[in-house]
Design a protein around this ligand. Structure first.
Ligand SMILES: Cc1cc2nc3c(=O)[nH]c(=O)nc-3n(C[C@H](O)[C@H](O)[C@H](O)COP(=O)(O)O)c2cc1C
Length: 191
């Protein structure tokens, strides 16, 4: 419960970030997320140090605009010491449609966010229009048929964030017996 209720997205992140060995451990654990037919239809591309600057330069070139806009874009990947690019790689499968595979990928990403939090790291999932940019995709090696799902910005949390207000689950959950009985299938139609 603590990992789920205590996790918050952390927009302000500093050094250090988990090293490759720790990240690999966590990613291995995230592979336990629900995944129909165990297709694991996702892969991750990590960027640290100067790699983030290369991505920032690409962001700037793809964003265009005036100098200030390009500088802002260039600085985006520098907001955390580690960027984990999430790439969705749907597979052709007779029983598992693409939407289920996207659900698996999102479940794995959330599991990874929980595991990072559990190990004391901060993270935030960010996307934006540059996930659709061809040059950004090319730089990161995203193939045709794959989809760039954004980046997990990861590092040591800085500053504070308020706890997330408790959501009221009530209206989202209804026992079946509360449904209107006249809409339930009859014996004849349910044959
Ligand atoms: C697929 C996806 C993409 C997101 N993209 C962004 C983004 O580009 N920028 C941003 O500030 N938050 C983005 N968010 C929201 C944050 O990751 C975060 O969930 C939100 O700020 C709520 O914070 P919390 O996780 O602490 O509740 C995205 C969330 C998801 C699931």
């Amino acid at each position: 419960m603590e990992a789920v209720l205590g996790r918050r997205s952390r927009p302000r992140l500093t050094e250090p970030a988990p090293d490759d060995a720790e990240l690999l451990d966590l990613v291995g654990a995230a592979l336990t997320a629900p995944d129909h037919a165990r297709l694991a239809p996702w892969r991750l591309v990590t960027l640290r140090g100067e790699d983030r600057e290369a991505l920032g330069a690409r962001f700037a070139a793809s964003t265009g605009g005036d100098r200030a806009a390009r500088d802002r874009a260039a600085g985006k990947p520098l907001r955390a010491p580690l960027l984990v690019t999430v790439v969705f790689c749907p597979k052709d499968h007779a029983k598992v449609p693409e939407w289920e595979q996207l659900a698996s990928a999102a479940a794995a990403v959330h599991t990874l966010l929980l595991l990072l939090h559990g190990n004391g790291w901060g993270a935030i999932w960010r996307t934006g229009h540059l996930t659709e940019d061809r040059a950004v995709r090319r730089l990161l090696g995203v193939e045709d048929g794959e989809r760039l799902l954004g980046w997990l910005y990861v590092g040591t949390p800085a500053g504070t964030v308020p706890p997330r207000p408790n959501a009221a689950p009530g209206p989202r959950v209804r026992p079946f017996r509360h449904l209107r009985t006249e809409d339930a299938p009859t014996k004849e139609t349910h044959a």
